[in-house]
Design a protein around this ligand. Sequence first.
Ligand SMILES: [Fe+2]
Ligand SMILES: [Fe+2]
Length: 283
Amino acid sequence: MGKISLESIVEAVNDLPALPQVVVQVIKLTEDPDSTAQDINYILNQDQAITARVLKMANSAFYGFPRRIGSVTDAIILLGFRTLRSIVMAASVSDILNKEIEGYALEYGELWRHSQCAAMAARLIARKSKFAFLDLAYTAALLHDIGKVILNNTMKETYREVVALVNEESISFIEAENKILGFNHAEVGARVADKWNLPPETVEAIQLHHSPEEAQVNPRLTAIVHLADAICVSMGIGMGIDGLLYPMSGEAMQLLGLDELEIENVISELVDVFADQQIFELK
Ligand SMILES: [Fe+2]
Ligand SMILES: [Fe+2]
């Protein structure tokens, strides 16, 4: 049996780097109605690496702008404050998510690809189900599996027991985690989101992405993140992450008023976007 307690994991969460200052400042600015595009431009210009990633993402096929977005100011005008904020978040957590998650038997970058896939799927589902906050859906889905980074770093040995159990009993990863550790990556991820002062509904969506029926704060957001995750697993993006056994919640689909056909449409839109593999590259 594993000897790691949730408490020691929480300590590891405290060791996790804080959100980069530039993101914290961008979040603040985008919440202030008096901010201008110039204010955000000024902050982002202090971090050229993040700015370059932000522009690359803003120019990806996902947002589909016919002309090149050449500057942060352009990006704000064309995409809006909220979308820019969610892209800045993605650009800055990519390093954390792009690590090799050896414990989870993932190839280099697979968690990042899975997270990006889920973020984009969530945005598409949010639009289809008329959920007003596309950026909230994007960010929650982007971070849904971040608990795995922590677990990987703190439980390498114990993890082998989890994998063995998944293989022996063909149960899902989360069930195996619960059985062996007594907690799971979704709970750990919620602690991270909480530490980063993300809104309670985001914390909940991360915590309950494998059991969306339990959501109370914002059940629709949690349903979106769950479906986005399941869609990416079904596309084979992140199979090593949540395993093959991943039931898509019928209740979540119902809550969002989506049928199978609409889920298929989301998948084919994503297939088109991912035809350009560059979308997952960071440089
Ligand atoms: Fe997960
Ligand atoms: Fe996932």
